[in-house]
Design a protein around this ligand. Structure first.
Ligand SMILES: Nc1nc2c(ncn2[C@@H]2O[C@H](COP(=O)(O)OP(=O)(O)OP(=O)(O)O)[C@@H](O)[C@H]2O)c(=O)[nH]1
Ligand SMILES: [Mg+2]
Length: 176
């Protein structure tokens, strides 16, 4: 009999970054209303899902100020057995880049040099298909600078990958 694999994933980032929406997308939730009606996550919620014989344990941490420090205090407990930490940054929230980077720094300090079967994914989220048109203030240079700052924080501490992500890719309409 094939062995069932288990992966524990932690999602962190500021409030309103889009973490819970990402979890809904991963679950294949197609109901647009469930994305609009999302309220801020309280403390944290654990979502289990199975995919290709692997049991995923997703820990979605509320990013509101009231919870952020608490998560850091309890971090060693939460981090036990974690295989991946996804840090979500809202690229559209330019005013709070600094705050998002600051929290990332605090989180990575808690993780330290934990290399065994663990890595980071950094999501530059809300990178919507029409972003360039809608938000000309978000230039390539601004994004490059953000990426450099992220790389500075992570350095060689751990393995990491960066992604541009959005929940708005199901329906795209481009003039021809
Ligand atoms: N434009 C855009 N909006 C998004 C995207 N993903 C999520 N949102 C919106 O962002 C808002 C916040 O989403 P949540 O998923 O609740 O954010 P969160 O990170 O879980 O917030 P907390 O639970 O407070 O930490 C919602 O109104 C979503 O519809 C995206 O890819 N693009
Ligand atoms: Mg949430």
């Amino acid at each position: 009999m094939e062995e069932n694999l288990k992966r524990k994933i932690i999602l962190m980032g500021l409030d309103n970054a889009g973490k819970t929406s990402i979890v809904l997308s991963l679950r294949g939730d197609q109901n647009i209303l469930s994305y609009c009606k999302l309220s801020p996550t309280k403390n944290h919620q654990i979502v289990n899902m199975e995919f290709q014989n692997t049991q995923f344990n997703i820990w979605d941490f509320g990013g509101q100020k009231a919870y952020r420090d608490k998560h850091l205090v309890n971090f060693p407990e939460y981090f036990k057995g974690c295989n991946k930490l996804i840090y979500v940054i809202d690229v559209q929230d330019v005013e709070r880049y600094e705050k998002a980077l600051d929290y990332l720094k605090k989180v990575t300090n808690k993780v330290g040099n934990h290399k065994h079967d663990f890595d980071y994914s950094i999501f530059l989220h809300k990178f919507d298909p029409k972003l360039k048109k809608m938000r000309p203030d978000i230039t390539d240079e601004l994004i490059d600078e953000l990426i450099n700052r992220i790389r500075e924080i992570l350095q060689e501490k751990n393995e990491y990958e960066l992604f541009k992500t959005t929940i708005y890719t199901n329906f795209e309409k481009t003039p021809i």
